[in-house]
Structures are given as C-alpha cells and as structure tokens.
Design a protein around this ligand. Sequence first.
Ligand code: DC
Length: 225
Amino acid sequence: MIIAIDGFSSCGKSTLAKQLASKLNFIFIDSGAMYRAVALYLINENIHLDNIDEIDKALANIHITFEKIDGINTTFLNGNNVEQDIRSLKVSGHVSEVSALSEVRKKMVALQRDMAGNQGIVMDGRDIGTVVFPDADIKFFITADPIVRAQRRYNELISKNQHAELHDVISNIQHRDKIDSTREDSPLVRAQDAILLDNTDITISEQFEFAMNIIHQKYPELAVK
Ligand code: DC
C-alpha cells in the first residue's frame, strides 16, 4: 500500500508522512532528501549544472541510503551521515535547479520505486502521486500560505542552531515554488485524485487527524491498528 504526499516546500509534508508511517507501521521515504543529497554532492565536487557529462558521471558515484538513528530518519550519502548538511540554506538554494534536471530525476525515481519494494510506504515529495506512483492508494496534496511556511522553516532552522535570516528563507521558498511548479520534467501539480489539504490555519495534530480520517474512511481495517 502506498500513501503519496505532494505539495509545496516547507508545508509540513514530511511531518505528516512520519506521523502516518509511525501510526500505520509503514516505511517513510523522504524523496526530497534524495534530491538534496545529490545537490550536496554536486556542490562539494564543484560540478556545474550545465555540465551534463560530469553530472552523469557523478550520478553513477552517488549512493543514497536511509537509516533510523535514535528513531530519527537519517540520510546517508556514500556512507556519510549528511542529514544536517542537506537541510542547510546553501543546499536549499541549489536543490530546485538540481531536481529540474531530467538525468537526476530519472535516477531518483528509479531509486524511489526500488526502495518501496512490497511494503506499506508513505513517501513525500513533488511528483509522488503524479509520476513515481500514479496508482498510489491514497494521495494528499498539501499547501499553505508561503509566509506561514517560511516562518515555520525559519523556526526549525533556528531551533537546530543553523544560521538563517527570515527574508532569505522567504525568498528561497518563493524561488523553489516557482522552479518546482514550472520545470518541464515532472512539475509540481496536484494529481486529479489527490485530496487537497491547506494547513495554513490548522495545527500539526489537526492535520494528522484529517489525514487519518480520510485513511479510515477508505481503509477502515488499516486505521484502527
Ligand atoms: O521536500 P524538500 O523541500 O526537502 O525537497 C527539496 C527539493 O527537491 C524541492 O525544492 C524540489 C525537489 N523535489 C523534487 O523535485 N521531487 C521530489 N519528489 C521531491 C523533492
């Protein structure tokens, strides 16, 4: 069974995905972390985005895995824990351009389908319900006011002792919204059968309740576990 959660940047998609995975005993896969890991690799190796040959070579050398450390989903790039580095504003400023490249998307989509295997999964991203798993059992499309999203992301960065200015976070979110939804390959769009959830004025637990109600209506046997 697959639950797909798509939506704009910093909308709380992964918060909801983690809660659902934990409640339903499903595997959570953060597809954005994979694009972030690729962006980090290209930044570290100084590879320019117009150099497609170098990017192809780099993709062959990129191995992304996830592990749970102290209950927290942690991203590894070639065996190194990059969970903190991939959340930096530097990577956030670069990742939309990286994820617009078809070469990168092709590899990530294949990896995402492989990772899913035959287990119950919750995957969040931009194209999960449209491209990666168009037949997903339940699809959510999440949105919220951009300023509210920026404030949430800013608070998160500050709470993790990362340096950030609110105006930089706002412009990063606007920049990513624009590129993610206008790129040619797999732009961010709501799948026709995705349930729309605007969480501007609702709390994390209200959002969780809303999603569980939908799941409960469709699969009563799942939600009571
Ligand atoms: O979910 P996130 O903010 O961590 O994602 C980082 C970037 O990766 C986002 O700006 C767009 C891209 N992305 C994508 O293109 N497709 C996905 N399935 C997930 C993320």
